[in-house]
Design a binder for this molecule. Structure first.
Ligand code: HEM
Length: 177
């Protein structure tokens, strides 16, 4: 082949590959964490304490037995740490915003235990829609919560009173047989 015949071929080979923005092609939007809270954005929803799924326990006693807001935060973080590492349920938490989860769970527990918080998260049904949670997943989470409460020395009676508050919510959370 002559050199002049080769030139167009070489040019084609060396042309820079056209870069395609596949995110744009597929309509994928990049999610950006809030610089202050570190949370990812969520679709708008009505904020209300009724989203917490139950009424707060009356009196101050339970809040005290959980160690106030500080104790509740430690228990929530421990329960989340155990759950995202728990081979039985870790996959369900993958790809979800753990920063938001820790904050909203803390608010919910603090509200229900009458420890002085409002709950600003979503209701239990919409928070868990599409996650495909089954009864054994719920049992695993409850076990992790029990362990977190036990480690903090929450009295057994208080643990059970709190679990009884959460138990009816499994109807909104467990969506798969
Ligand atoms: C009574 C039991 C439960 C309660 C009270 C509860 C509470 C919550 C709360 C407050 C949120 C955050 C709502 C928001 O972002 O606005 C949430 C989200 C979530 N929960 Fe639960 N939960 C329960 C059971 C479970 C179980 C059993 C699993 C899985 C094993 C689970 C997995 C998740 C996941 C993955 C999210 C994040 C969803 C998202 O990013 O959109 N939850 N839950």
């Amino acid at each position: 082949m002559s050199l002049t015949a080769l030139i167009p071929l070489l040019l084609v080979q060396q042309a820079p590959a056209k870069t395609v923005d596949w995110d744009a092609e597929f309509g994928v939007e990049e999610e950006v964490r809030d610089p202050v809270t570190g949370e990812l954005p969520v679709d708008p929803y009505d904020q209300s304490n009724t989203n917490a799924g139950a009424e707060p326990i009356s009196g101050d006693r339970m809040a005290e037995q959980f160690g106030g807001q500080e104790g509740i935060r430690i228990i929530v973080n421990r329960m989340v740490d155990l759950s995202i590492e728990d081979p039985r349920i870790a996959a369900i938490f993958e790809g979800h915003d753990h920063v938001r989860l820790r904050r909203t769970l803390f608010e919910q527990f603090c509200y229900l235990l009458a420890a002085g918080c409002d709950y600003t998260g979503r209701d239990m049904e919409s928070s868990h829609a599409g996650l495909g949670i089954r009864k054994p997943d719920m049992n695993a989470l409850v076990e992790n919560l029990q362990r977190a409460m036990r480690e903090r020395g929450v009295p057994f009676g208080a643990q059970n009173r709190f679990l009884a508050k959460l138990a009816p919510m499994s109807r909104s959370v467990v969506t798969r047989k």
